[in-house]
Design a protein around this ligand. Structure first.
Ligand code: UDX
Length: 473
């Protein structure tokens, strides 16, 4: 080789596939490893199994050049690479708040048993604090038991990439954080990240615990910021006021900052929701039951946004159809909010089901949850998402999925914009108005120009804004 460390990436999901392709782009030889042969076969053909702008091009280029290869054989990686990145998932355990560490544990164990040379194992997955220290001990134990040759050290290097910007975030991150427990990790990782260091990316080299905590602290802070503005939405929805102006105004204070203060249907995805739950579970295990209790509130505020969309749909349809929104619930009905009876048979267009734009990910998606709740309540829901239809249909096959925004809008009595794809922001209110049966819209992300839509005869209610039923009477 050219003297540069050889890299392996264990786990070729979202995080691992992106990391592998980006490291190849930076000139390294990279071997991606996964237990799923179908995934490995697709990646080896240069196909990305999920939607991520820019990634297919990188993957194709470096699979073709031979710099990036894939295998299901972890022993091959163990013999070949100098640095092994672990990018496997740490999903929420079924029915529990805690993270499931099965895949991380298995990846580290299998490497520790197969490496027969000097090497570095670098965890990138998000894990509960204390995991890296435990795994570091486990590696030492296995190697001593088996009398294996070579020095193997473990480090933790959390990943902060956002879906939709994964390539950019990996190639030019805001900062690099590495937690180390021995002398070999820092110099090796400086070689791996030489390009970023040359670009003056802040380099934070610390202990294992701090590195693990940086990741969960960042995500807990971001989730809190979103729920903070969404809690104020509950106030402005009641008393009046403009949530966007409020966010702009406090955001001008550089200590606060405007980003992640967009009020709407709330956060979802594979990270924020599970990370705040796993953090609460972990600190409780540590005997710190009260420490992260506010995150339970952050989670609740976030989930209440979905109730708000359903309630608003009921109120708007009731006002438009002249029925009392708060008529008594049907006999035996368990509804405590407004009477959801009005949803029966109403055609509702749902624009967007992914948890955010430029992604096909529907994990913990507020939009998909709302669509499903309306369907369950009896509405005739038509869903369109530019990239998310297939993943959504795999979860909720009974919803109706259509191939365009126009098809979703056809004869709709109410339109819900729940994911702020550029395509929806660019909709022409006049043209959209000609397709629907009623010009009623809930802007679940506060991205439409309400005045322009109003001129075209629409009643648009953004989340965080008061709805006045009299306006439709
Ligand atoms: C997040 C973190 O940003 C990233 O650093 C970490 O590595 C993984 O988790 P991601 O899940 O890709 O990334 O999505 P992000 O862009 O952070 O958005 C998360 C959710 O918050 C989305 O559902 C989004 O719609 C919502 N959101 C974001 C808001 O509701 N309001 C905002 O102001 C910002």
């Amino acid at each position: 080789g050219d003297g540069r460390p050889r890299l392996s990436v264990i786990g070729t999901g979202y995080l691992g596939a992106t990391h592998a392709a980006c490291m190849a782009e930076l000139g390294f030889e990279v071997l991606g490893v996964d237990v799923d042969p179908a995934k490995i076969a697709r990646l080896s053909r240069g196909e990305v199994p999920f939607h991520e702008p820019g990634l297919p091009e990188l993957l194709r280029t470096h699979v073709a050049s031979g710099r990036l290869r894939f295998t299901t054989d972890v022993a091959e990686a163990a013999r070949w690479a100098d640095v092994h990145f672990i990018g496997v998932g740490t999903p929420q355990k079924v029915g529990e708040a805690a993270a499931d560490l099965t895949y991380v544990d298995a990846a580290v164990e299998s490497l520790a048993r197969a490496i027969d040379r000097d090497a570095l194992i670098v965890g990138k997955s998000t894990v509960p604090v204390g995991t890296a220290r435990r795994l570091s001990g486990r590696v030492a134990e296995i190697r001593a038991e088996q009398g294996l040759p070579g020095q193997v050290e473990l480090a933790w290097n959390p990943e902060f990439l956002r879906e939709g910007f994964a390539v950019q975030d990996t190639l030019t991150p805001d900062r690099l954080v590495v937690g180390v427990a021995g002398p070999r990790a820092e110099p090796l990782l400086r070689e791996v990240y030489a390009a970023q260091l040359a670009a003056d990316t802040p380099w934070i080299c610390t202990d294992l615990e701090t590195a693990e905590l940086v990741k969960v602290a960042a995500n807990a802070f971001l989730a809190t910021k979103i729920s903070f503005i969404n809690a104020f939405s509950e106030i402005t929805e009641t008393v009046g006021g403009d949530i966007r102006t409020l966010a702009d105004a406090i955001g001008h204070d550089t200590r606060i900052g405007r980003r992640f203060l967009n009020a709407g249907v709330g956060f979802g995805g594979g990270c924020l929701p599970k990370d705040i739950r796993a953090l609460q579970a972990r600190v409780s295990e540590l005997g710190l039951d009260r420490t992260m209790r506010f995150l339970a509130e952050v989670d609740d505020i976030n989930l209440r946004r979905r109730d708000r969309v359903v309630d608003l749909a009921v109120q708007m349809l009731s006002a438009a159809h002249g029925t009392e929104a708060d008529a008594p619930a049907p006999r035996g009905g368990k509804t405590t909010g407004p009477d959801r009876q009005v949803l029966q048979g109403k055609r509702i267009a749902v624009l967007g089901v992914t948890f955010k734009p430029d992604s096909d990910d529907v994990r913990d998606s507020p939009a998909l949850d709302v669509a499903n709740r309306l369907f369950t309540a009896g509405a005739d829901v038509r869903v369109y998402d530019p990239e998310g239809n297939a993943n959504a249909a795999a979860r909720f096959p009974r919803l109706e999925y259509v191939g365009s925004a126009d098809a979703a809008l056809e004869d709709a009595e109410l339109v819900l914009l729940l994911t702020e794809w550029a395509e929806f922001r660019a909709l022409d209110p006049e043209e959209a108005g000609r397709r629907v049966a009623a010009r009623l819209l809930i802007d679940g992300r506060n991205v439409l120009d309400v005045a322009a839509w109003g001129e075209a005869g629409w009643t648009v209610v953004g989340l965080g804004h008061r709805f006045d039923a009299a306006s439709l009477a």
